[in-house]
Every structure is written in structure tokens, then in C-alpha cells.
Design a binder for this molecule. Structure first.
Ligand SMILES: Nc1nc2c(c(=O)[nH]1)N[C@H]1C(S)=C(S)[C@@H](COP(=O)(O)O)O[C@H]1N2
Ligand SMILES: [Mo]
Length: 416
């Protein structure tokens, strides 16, 4: 077992951990770790130029929904791609494993950054166009932010956390505040919305309120220390922190400043006539999920486990995460690991000593506004719909995710 952190020792020596069957004696001594000759990875120009992970690490993304589905307008391509949250550590998703949300299948424009322009026009004093080089000359900011697709929902047929929650990821984004660009262009009085548009023919366009545009939106060219990847919107994308994923226009080429909400392709399937649903707005969360132990994982036996998970909210920073290890009867504070950034995934953990009996693990979070993540029963009550296993949460699904641990250590979706 790889239990290396010294702060564990106290806990592992405690009576509870020993009673659970795990003692320090079961941890292998650090001998024989120098590889014998012939077991080194062969160097190559490619490996020197751009690194690769170990061949023993096999975690990958999957088409979403499970089994794959073409985009709704029949373009015939994989609709969305889900991130393997079950293997995640920390709060950053590596760019190669970041989920991909597409409004028209996984159709990725191959854009030459030298040809690409971002235009800001409409109700402005000075219409402007920016090249990538222009953007990079302006003052930049770097911030961790999550993106979550509005379609990220836990269904009874979903088995793993990748299937129930894999349509969210968190990256460190670098770019220019949209407010800097809008001020440069000079927003005219009466302008109350912007329409942001991507470069594909589907246009990936969304109407965004001016207050949000002037607050914390970013035009990003950097992601996790390198250029934004093509699947994430190379050469530049909009980041609208905390709003539904669809607002984060990739391949950003045009921002029109306007005085009303413009209907766009993105409104298809997203606008709702349910007043309660509409009143919830476009802000994500608060939401959390335990990533270990989670669906289809296997606990080798009773004893000590660090329960680990992610929490996030469109309402700001995560203030509190609670965990229940007995199906929701008692709730205990989890530890927040590292810094809880605004509109970013936040890693939490909870030390658990499993007694080997069947149980259910749950997590719920509270954000800086004081909003608390609801249970499925509470969501059902709010929307006045019956709570049954096939129940599909209306609107976005930020309900508490139960993981059922069977006495043989197998873990299953508690919503099934
Ligand atoms: N230009 C463009 N922007 C887009 C989309 C798109 O298809 N085209 N998909 C949207 C959707 S539905 C989501 S959930 C997010 C996903 O961002 P990601 O693919 O970087 O995870 O991008 C949004 N921005
Ligand atoms: Mo999405």
C-alpha cells in the first residue's frame, strides 16, 4: 500500500485502525526500489520533446452518455466526452482528460492562430479586432475554474462516477479579463447583454448579461500551463465562471454588444418553460461527489480508507463539505484539501474506518453564499414530482450522490 504521508501514522496507530485490521506492519518497507538494468523507459526524441504518462496508468475519457450518442441534430458524431473522476487527485483536471462538451458532436475546427481574429462590435464606441498576439500583450490573469455541462446528471443506469458526474472538469485558465476588452471598445449606454460566438458553423453562441461580462469572464488562451487545446477551444475561448458549460464559447471569434437577449442555437434544449426551473437561473451547483470510493470500485476489506471527493459551486468558493458514512443519519465535517477557490473544484477528504458492514456514503457541500446541496428527495419536493428510481431531476442535477458499499466491498450507485 502506498501510505506515505507522515500525518497518517497517528491515525493508523490508533485503536480504531488496528481494530480495522490495518497496521503499519502491513506497509512494505521501501527496499528494492531501484529498477534493475533493462527496466528503464526507452528515451526518444518524442519523449524528450513532450512527456507521456506511465504505460501502467490507463485512465481514459469515455463517450457520454454511456454507450455514446450522436449530437441532437444528427451530425452523427460523439456528443459529449466524460472525464475519469474516479481516478482524479487534487483539483486540477489534466488537459488530456478534461471533459469535452460539444453542441454538434465532436467536431473540432482546426484553426491557424495567425488567421484567427476576435471581433468586438455592436453597441461600442470603437469596434475592435484582436489577434492572439494582441491578446497576449494585455494584462493577464490566471485562475482555476471548473466547467460543468448542464447535462451532467446522475441516472439510475449510470454505474461509475465518470458516468454520473464526468461532465465537469477544472483547469487553471490564463487569459485577459473580458471587462478589459469591453472597456477598450467602450460599451455604449443601454447595452445590457453580449452575444459571444465561436468559429464553427454552429457558432456556439450564448447571450450573457453585461453585469457578468464586466465581472469575472475571461478570454482564455492558456490552460494548465500551455496553450488551450483544440478540444477546449484553441486558440481562444470564453470562460464564464459558474454559469452552465454551454456559455463558455470555444473558438471565440465575435462578441456583439447588444441591448436585449438574443436567441441562439444554444437556446435549443436549454430554455425552459417551467417557471421554477427557470427561476433557478443558469448558475451551477452547489454540488459535490465522492470520487473514492465510488461506483464499480472495490474495497479490499474493512479498515482505514481516506474518502475523497470534489465540491464546486457557481455561487463562489466552497465553505463546507460534510460526509455521511451511514446513509445520511449522521453528517460530519470533511476536510477541505488545499485552497477553496471561487468557482473551482475543491478537493475534500474524510478519514473513515469501515467496519465491513453494508452502508451508504454521501457528501453534501455549502458554498460561500450559504447555499446547501440538496438531496434528491428535496429536489423532488421542490419540483413536486414523484421520487422513484427512474426519476430524472428536472433542470440541472446538483443532488447528493449516494454510493452503496456492499459487505463484499463492492461499491454501487445508490440511485439505482
Ligand atoms: N464553440 C463552441 N463552444 C462551446 C461548445 C461548442 O460545441 N462549440 N460546447 C459548449 C458546451 S455544451 C459545454 S458543456 C462547454 C464544454 O467545455 P469543454 O469542452 O472545454 O469541457 O463548452 C461550450 N462551448
Ligand atoms: Mo454542455
Amino acid at each position: 500500500m502506498g501510505l506515505k504521508r507522515p500525518d497518517r501514522r497517528g491515525f493508523l496507530k490508533s485503536a480504531a485502525a488496528v481494530a480495522g485490521g490495518l497496521t503499519l506492519g502491513s506497509v512494505e518497507p521501501a527496499l528494492g526500489q531501484t529498477p534493475a538494468s533493462g527496466t528503464f523507459i526507452k528515451g526518444s526524441d518524442e519523449l524528450i520533446a513532450y512527456g507521456e504518462r506511465s504505460r501502467f496508468v490507463t485512465s481514459v475519457r469515455i463517450p457520454h452518455p454511456p454507450g455514446g450518442r450522436a449530437s441532437p441534430d444528427g451530425f452523427g458524431l460523439v456528443f459529449h466526452v466524460a472525464a475519469p473522476l474516479q481516478d482524479s487527485v487534487g483539483m486540477i483536471t489534466p488537459s488530456s482528460l478534461h471533459f469535452v462538451g460539444t453542441t454538434r458532436g465532436s467536431f473540432i475546427p482546426d484553426i491557424d492562430p495567425r488567421e484567427h481574429r476576435l471581433m468586438i462590435h455592436g453597441m461600442v464606441d470603437r469596434p475592435l479586432t484582436f489577434t492572439l498576439e494582441d491578446l497576449k500583450r494585455l494584462p493577464s490573469v490566471t485562475r482555476p475554474h471548473f466547467i460543468e455541462c448542464a447535462g451532467n446528471r446522475s441516472r439510475p443506469q449510470h454505474k461509475t462516477v465518470q458516468e454520473t458526474h464526468g461532465m465537469t472538469s477544472c483547469a487553471e485558465w490564463t487569459g485577459v479579463l473580458l471587462s478589459v476588452l469591453l472597456k477598450e471598445a467602450g460599451v455604449k449606454g443601454g447595452a445590457s447583454w453580449i452575444v459571444a460566438e465561436g468559429a464553427e458553423e454552429v457558432k456556439g453562441a450564448s447571450s450573457i448579461p453585461m453585469a457578468k461580462a464586466m465581472d469575472d469572464c475571461l478570454v482564455c488562451y492558456g490552460m494548465n500551463g500551455e496553450a488551450v487545446r483544440p478540444q477546449q477551444g484553441f486558440p481562444m475561448r470564453l470562460l464564464v465562471p459558474g454559469f452552465e458549460g454551454i456559455f463558455n464559447s470555444k473558438y471565440l471569434r465575435r462578441i456583439k454588444v447588444v441591448d436585449r437577449y438574443y436567441m441562439t442555437y444554444n437556446d435549443y434544449g436549454h430554455l425552459t418553460q417551467d417557471p421554477k426551473n427557470a427561476a433557478l437561473g443558469v448558475q451551477i451547483g452547489p454540488k459535490s461527489v465522492i470520487t473514492f470510493p465510488s461506483g464499480e470500485q472495490q474495497l479490499p476489506g474493512r479498515g482505514f480508507y481516506e474518502i475523497s471527493g470534489l465540491a464546486w459551486s457557481g455561487g463562489g468558493a466552497i465553505r463546507r463539505v460534510e460526509v455521511s458514512t451511514d446513509g445520511g443519519r449522521r453528517w460530519m465535517d470533511a476536510e477541505i484539501r488545499g485552497t477553496a477557490y471561487r468557482m473551482a473544484h475543491t478537493r475534500f477528504s474524510f478519514n473513515w474506518n469501515w467496519d465491513g458492514k453494508e452502508t451508504e456514503l454521501l457528501s453534501r457541500c455549502t458554498d460561500e453564499l450559504g447555499s446547501v446541496q440538496p438531496s434528491r428527495a428535496q429536489v423532488a419536493e421542490f419540483f413536486n414530482v414523484p421520487l422513484d428510481p427512474s426519476y430524472r431531476v428536472p433542470g440541472r442535477d446538483n443532488s447528493i450522490q449516494p454510493w452503496r458499499v456492499a459487505s463484499d466491498g463492492s461499491v454501487h450507485n445508490g440511485n439505482s
